[in-house]
Design a protein around this ligand. Structure first.
Ligand code: AMP
Length: 264
């Protein structure tokens, strides 16, 4: 079973974000960029599935500019077999990323797609769901545990290799367990696994693994409509929080709430 893992290049989670002066977006010049943390988790799970013999090949895909090659090399060092960069000029919204991924999934005949549950730059939490919708596949989002099993409900001889995937999802009220029929789209939550460190030999090995760069127009589905449906009007930094103060007793707290905060 071929597995596609979508990896997005985002501003590193340790970096303090600066909003551009004209409010058109955030500053990415001279800023450390990394693989989206949820994508690292998704990729780690795909690598574990390959080590367990469930997955035969892992294709890491990124949609973005030339610099995404660095992120894809990191994906190869983490255990992906091949990498594909679909070059686009500017920010591309989740629906259009999903359309591009669909085209690759069909061309590569993948039966499993892993994505992060959300990208930490736009926090959209949409791409996986949209991809599953476009493909008409089962989806398991916010997955914190995954188990592949033979489909014992299947009575036909020719489909005896069919697998179902049992996913545990983190939802507001607790955990939800679902059985999905493959092919499926899965999105990784934080507690799914802890990605391994990249070893130096694997970094060296990654240099000789195949990394292909194509433009969106070169995909098999060249009639893709990638026109944007949304427009960013303005980006603003969040208001600074006032620092807290220690009060010595309840009386002082009530007095401050009444006279300073004026909420009582
Ligand atoms: P989002 O819907 O933007 O929060 O992103 C959810 C997931 O979709 C990410 O964690 C990635 O796995 C994938 N994804 C989104 N945008 C891209 C992109 N430009 N390139 C590759 N994967 C992406």
């Amino acid at each position: 079973m071929k597995c596609l893992v979508a990896v997005k290049r985002v501003i590193d989670f340790n970096v303090k974000i600066r909003v551009k002066l004209d409010g058109s977006g955030v500053d990415t010049e001279h800023v450390k960029m990394s693989m989206n943390p949820f994508d690292e988790i998704a990729l780690e799970e795909a690598v574990r599935l390959k080590e367990a013999g469930t997955v035969s090949e892992i294709l890491a895909v990124s949609v973005g500019n030339e610099s995404c090659q660095e992120t894809l090399r990191a994906a190869l060092a983490r255990g992906a077999d091949r990498a594909l960069l679909v070059k686009v000029g500017s920010y591309i919204e989740p629906l259009n990323v999903a359309k591009i991924l669909k085209s690759i999934v069909e061309q590569e005949q993948c039966s499993l797609v892993w994505l992060g549950k959300q990208a930490i730059d736009d926090d959209c939490n949409q791409t996986g769901q949209m991809l599953a919708g476009l493909l008409g596949w089962a989806q398991g989002t916010n997955v914190s545990k995954v188990t592949f099993k033979a489909d014992t409900t299947d009575k036909t001889d020719n489909n005896s290799n069919l697998l179902i995937v049992e996913v545990t999802r983190e939802i507001d009220g607790g955990l939800e367990v679902l059985n999905l029929q493959l092919p499926a789209v899965l999105t990784a939550d934080l507690r799914l696994n802890t990605p391994r460190y990249i070893s130096l030999p694997n970094v060296m090995k990654a240099k000789s693994k195949p990394l292909t760069v194509v433009s969106a127009a070169e995909l098999s589905d060249s009639a893709l409509d990638l026109n944007p449906h949304t427009k960013t009007l303005k980006v603003e930094a969040p208001k600074m929080h006032r620092t807290g103060v220690m009060v010595k007793d309840v009386q002082e707290l009530v007095e401050k709430l009444k006279n300073e905060a004026k909420v009582l």
